[in-house]
Design a protein around this ligand. Structure first.
Ligand code: FDA
Length: 401
């Protein structure tokens, strides 16, 4: 039994953020659109995003907030459909939202408000969305594309691939988009888990046991990139927004540097405190930066690394205080790895942007074939940037499919 028409203008594979936005835009142009998804419901990642409140965009979205082999590629789509365009849609649907921090916009209520809005827009635009429909094969024909799916066959003039990345396989992630790219001669950039916690070795974890669950504001750096954000100690290693952000820039074997006192120059602070309260122990002074437990653990680390024990401040030489200050400003750690796609928020890499038009998202060598959203080698920072890329890239493909 066929559940959908045998001929449409546009088939979109994937009813996630990018696919639904593309369907809305193409439908509004009068195109007959069919969205197919193998999952049992649409927008599963939207539903689980932002702790259930969906950080749906960022007010300060700029091309600089994205990683890609071609950092210029995202500019056109982001300019054609900005964060303000999406905020307009959210306002039209009277969805209450707020800025959490750093321009990150979240729903006041539930992420399902965003999914309901997208489905309502699909409905108004006449785009049909079908779930529980596995894609069996796609072939190019003279007229366009022939899609063979578990619920029937359909012919379309344009095909849009919006299958997302590989993260959280239990939420419906598959590699179909990458397979289709290869089938039609597009190149792929290597894929790895991004926005993902670091794991540490047993030896590294052992001294930090007492800190599990606690967080601290730090500046975290890897190579030339750095972020000022919170770090979280976990049973497996390190997480929190600071770590997720830097993980997208990290390569195995690279050291990550953490400044535990990003707002206070420690050498000056130590020297001044030595004058003002000479009997105070270094550990007590450090506890004022974060917590007592943190100071305990990191004073022990300091002793192990530099042989500087926690003593009253008047017992230190200026050079010891300088070395201790540098240690806390430039604490370095070599992560054992990451938690991988199981917990990653995004997939870095993907369909090589060299093969796509940045203005339309259409494949340069394959007419009427489009790739949008996370399947493409464009990855945003944490903070609503990935959804903004999904909306923007989906929109421009919808204008052209
Ligand atoms: P998306 O993954 O949304 O959709 C792809 C769709 O394709 C899915 O519906 C899937 O079922 C379907 N599909 C896959 N393979 C298929 C196949 N073989 N056949 C048919 N259908 C197939 N970003 C952000 O900006 N703010 C946030 O708050 C968060 N929070 C967040 C939390 C968590 C836990 C995760 C995992 C991710 C985030 N993200 C995020 C990232 C964000 O969710 C992600 O970048 C976008 O959903 C990408 O949108 P796409 O439409 O490209 O893929």
């Amino acid at each position: 039994m066929t559940y959908f028409p045998d001929q449409v203008d546009v088939v979109v594979i994937g009813a996630g953020a990018a696919g639904l936005m593309c369907a809305i835009t193409a439908g509004q142009r009068g195109r007959k659109v069919l969205v197919l998804d193998h999952a049992n419901k649409v927008g599963k990642k939207i539903l689980m995003s932002g702790g259930g409140r969906c950080n749906f965009t960022n007010m300060y979205t700029e091309p600089e907030n994205y990683l890609s082999s071609n950092p210029h590629f995202c500019k056109s789509a982001l300019a054609q459909y900005s964060q303000w365009d999406f905020i307009d849609m959210v306002c039209r649907h009277q969805i209450p939202y707020h800025e959490k921090k750093l321009g990150q916009l979240f729903c006041d209520n539930k992420a399902s408000d965003i999914v309901a809005m997208l489905l309502d827009e699909c409905d108004q635009a006449g785009a049909q969305v079908v779930t529980n429909c596995a894609i069996e094969s796609v072939t190019a024909t003279d007229a366009g594309y022939h899609v063979d799916a578990s619920l029937g066959e359909v012919v379309c003039r344009s095909l849009v691939v919006a299958t997302g990345g590989l993260s959280i396989p239990t939420m419906g992630a598959t590699g179909l988009g990458y397979q289709l790219a290869e089938q039609f001669g597009l190149q792929l950039k290597p894929r790895t888990a991004g926005l993902v916690p670091f794991t540490l070795s047993k030896d590294q974890l052992q001294p930090m046991q007492s800190l599990v669950g606690s967080s601290a504001e730090v500046r975290i750096s890897c190579g030339d990139q750095s972020f000022l954000e919170n770090i979280l100690f976990t049973h497996r290693g390190l997480s929190g927004p600071a770590v997720l952000q830097i993980s997208s820039y990290w390569q195995p074997g690279q050291t990550v540097v953490i400044d535990w006192s990003p707002h206070l120059a420690l050498e000056d602070h130590f020297l001044a405190s030595q004058q003002q309260r000479p009997k105070t122990e270094l550990r007590t002074l450090l506890a004022e930066l974060h917590t007592k437990k943190w100071a305990q653990v990191f004073c022990d680390e300091l002793t192990a690394a530099l042989g500087i024990a926690s003593n009253p401040l008047n017992q230190y030489s200026a050079s010891d205080l300088k070395r201790a200050a540098e240690y806390f400003h430039q604490w370095s750690i070599l992560p054992a790895g990451t938690e991988g796609y199981r917990t990653a928020e995004v997939t870095l890499g993907g369909v090589d942007t060299d093969g796509l038009s940045s203005k339309t998202m259409e494949a340069k060598q394959q007419q009427n074939l489009f790739f949008v959203g996370e399947v493409v080698d464009v990855t945003g920072w944490l903070g609503g940037f990935n959804f903004q890329w999904a909306w923007a890239s989906g929109y421009v493909a919808g204008l052209n499919a």
